[in-house]
Design a protein around this ligand. Structure first.
Ligand code: DQA
Length: 147
């Protein structure tokens, strides 16, 4: 098993820092990446950190993460729409944690449903960039022992 963790970000997360700061805060995606790099290193893990506005890129990256420690996925709006991302997680069996910066359950009703939640190990939302830290920590500290 490769000691790599993948943090994947979906649409509009490239706009962090200027995008609806009252909801998503002031941290940029580069700030989130730096936090993730520090957290992964604390657990002795390599980090792959990516963002795309295109659903197919995310499907490919989930497939490429098969066999790794796992995927921390903030799929953005695709969370609420994408059967393809759901099938990529289920089809590869890659351990995944769904993360959100905002508390999606405190927002509009259309954000309350996730296609991903039934096929991930767990869901963390509402803690800003710390949601990513918690997601990485969850995967790193609950991985099966090596044979
Ligand atoms: C988000 C929540 C989603 O509902 C939204 O579409 C996003 C960001 C979050 O991190 O809070 O793009 O995933």
């Amino acid at each position: 098993m490769s000691d790599t963790i993948h943090v994947l970000n979906g649409p509009n997360l490239n706009l962090l820092g200027t995008r609806e700061p009252g909801i998503y805060g002031a941290a940029t995606l580069a700030d989130v990446e730096a936090l993730c790099r520090t957290t992964a290193a604390q657990h002795g893990l390599e980090l792959v950190f990516r963002q795309s506005n295109h659903e197919g890129d995310l499907v490919g990256w989930i497939q490429a993460a098969a066999g790794s420690v796992g995927v921390v996925l903030n799929a953005g709006a695709y969370t609420h729409t994408s059967v393809a991302l759901r099938d990529a997680i289920a089809g590869t069996g890659v351990p995944a944690v769904e993360v959100h910066l905002s508390n999606v359950f405190a927002r509009e009703p259309f954000r309350h449903h996730s296609y991903l939640s039934p096929v991930v190990r767990g869901v963390i939302c509402g803690f800003g960039p710390q949601s990513y830290v918690l997601g990485i920590t969850a995967l790193a500290t609950t991985r099966p022992a090596r044979p």
